[in-house]
Each structure stands twice: as C-alpha cells, then as structure tokens.
Design a binder for this molecule. Structure first.
Ligand code: ZN
Length: 287
C-alpha cells in the first residue's frame, strides 16, 4: 500500500468539497496554493465559468483531473430519452476537453426524479433496466472519445432519487454484461461513503480489479448523520475503516488518485484554505 503520510501527491479534491467558498477558478487557485495535484470538477461549476476558461485554468495551474462529475440520470420517459442521451454525450465531450481520466456516472433513480417531468413510477427494476440500456448505448460514443465511464454505486438511501445502482456487485454486473471484454472503457467509482457498510465490499473490490477500478473517493460517515445529502464527514471524524478499504483497493491494482469528496454544510462554512489544509492533514494521517 502506498505511503500517504509524507506528502499529498495522490490527493485529489472533488470541487464540491469547497463549492460554497468560490467558483471553479477560485477553487483551482486555492488548490494550486496548497500544492494539490488534482481535482475532480462538477459540470455546473464548469458551466458557470465556461468550458474554455475552465480548461485553461486547469492547464495553467498544472492540475490533473481524477474524474469529471457527472453523467448519468438515465431513467426517463421515452420522449425524454434522446435529450438524456445528448446531455450525457455533452458530458463526455466536456470530460474529454478537460482531460479527465473518466466520466463518473450517477445513474439516476426512478424516472420522475432522475429526469423531472417523466411519469411517476415505483418500478425500480424497470429503472435499473433503463440504466443498463443507456450505458450500453453511450459506451460506443465514450469509446470513440477515449473517455472511460465509471459507474458510481450510491448508498441505498439514494435509490429513489439519485442512483438505483447501490452496490459494487450490481455496478460490476452492468459492466460485465455491457462490456464483457473488460476493455478498460467501463468500470466503477468506489466511494467509501456509499459502500463502506456492504458485507460484500471486499469481495466486490477484488472482483473489480485494476480494469474496473477507475476512481476512488474518500470522506467519512458521521454518527449521527444529520442530513442525508449534506452531512458527510472529514476523513477521521467518522466510522469508516479508510485504511482497510484503501489497502483492498490497492491490492486489487488501483494506483490512481484518492479523491476527497465531502458535501457538508459544516465544511462549506469554513475558509477554503483551512478546509484544504485539513484535507491534506487527514489524507496523510487517516486515509
Ligand atoms: Zn463519489
């Protein structure tokens, strides 16, 4: 396992972690000041400053990307399907322009939540079938762009509205049926917040292996968790066995960035440099 205690060369900052403190250009500047080597930006942050400006800012700061957030939200009505596919193709194009190593997919839940305006449904099985179908269709486009797709399983508390793919095993089943040749173009993003509780976690990581492990996200699970979405913890403040999970991910062949992704009202209320310095310190001691 790599030694993270001496420096933070493998640390990436998911820009949602400090989204309240400034726009993408301000975040890029702050990361450069902290000598952070990589970020993973969100589409709305890129759109707010403009894609060209974002590309230039990332390049001028010498930053790498650990991913691009996000594509997905696949389940939709039939008449919204093309719009959904086009939206995801644009996400692939943006990720390519920014030099991301993968586009992270938050696959969506029931159609009325993932593509508002779609008819209400309680059929989560049908939503899962729509996810697999859309990934199958997008994979060709992603391949031609040279942009790998990383399915991120989300904690089951988000199954209705954000992602009906909730375990690594489920994500890998989609990978295996859609990309049986294990081309490197389709894999998973392993986010400890979503999968730490899973009794099959370590089996899933092992099964994923180097070919399917495209991204690794860290934060912590606070007890109690006061908000389903916006109360993620800083590494070391919660109950996730971060070192054991990273050991498993690296034993499976993953050697990429460890991306800090914290949506938290608490951390959003603090100065950006303080948050980044805390991320660096905890990355060295806890991850
Ligand atoms: Zn994540």
């Amino acid at each position: 396992m790599r030694d993270f205690s001496r420096d933070h060369r493998w640390l990436s900052i998911n820009t949602a972690t400090v989204r309240a403190q400034g726009d993408l250009l301000a975040i890029v500047d702050a990361c450069a000041r902290a000598e952070i080597g990589a970020i993973s930006p969100w589409r709305d942050q890129v759109e707010a400053v403009g894609l060209d400006k974002a590309v230039r800012a990332v390049r001028d700061a010498g930053l790498k990307l650990s991913g691009y957030c996000r594509g997905g939200m696949f389940p939709s009505d039939t008449d919204r399907r093309q719009e959904m596919i086009d939206d995801n193709r644009r996400a692939i194009d943006e990720a390519t322009a920014l030099g991301a190593p993968c586009l992270v997919l938050v696959v969506g839940g029931l159609p009325q939540f993932s593509r508002p305006g779609s008819a209400a449904s309680k059929d989560i099985g049908a939503a899962r079938a729509l996810v697999e179908d859309a990934i199958g269709e997008l994979l060709g486009y992603a391949r031609r762009a040279g942009m790998p797709l990383a399915i991120e399983p989300l904690h089951p508390m988000y199954a209705a509205d954000r992602a009906c793919v909730n375990t690594i095993a489920q994500a890998l089943d989609i990978c295996d049926s859609t990309d049986p040749g294990c081309s490197g173009d389709l894999g998973i993003a392993c986010d400890v917040y979503h999968v730490w509780w899973d009794p099959a976690l370590f089996a899933g990581i092992k099964r994923a292996g180097r070919e399917r492990l495209l991204a690794y996200h860290v934060c912590d699970w606070l007890v109690p968790t006061r908000d389903l979405l916006l109360d993620r913890g800083m590494m070391g403040d919660g109950v996730i066995d971060l070192k054991s999970i990273r050991a498993a991910v690296e034993a499976a062949g993953y050697g990429g960035y460890s991306e800090v992704e914290i949506f938290s009202q608490d951390w959003w209320s603090r100065p950006i440099d303080d948050v980044l310095q805390t991320c660096i310190a905890r990355h060295r001691s806890c991850v």
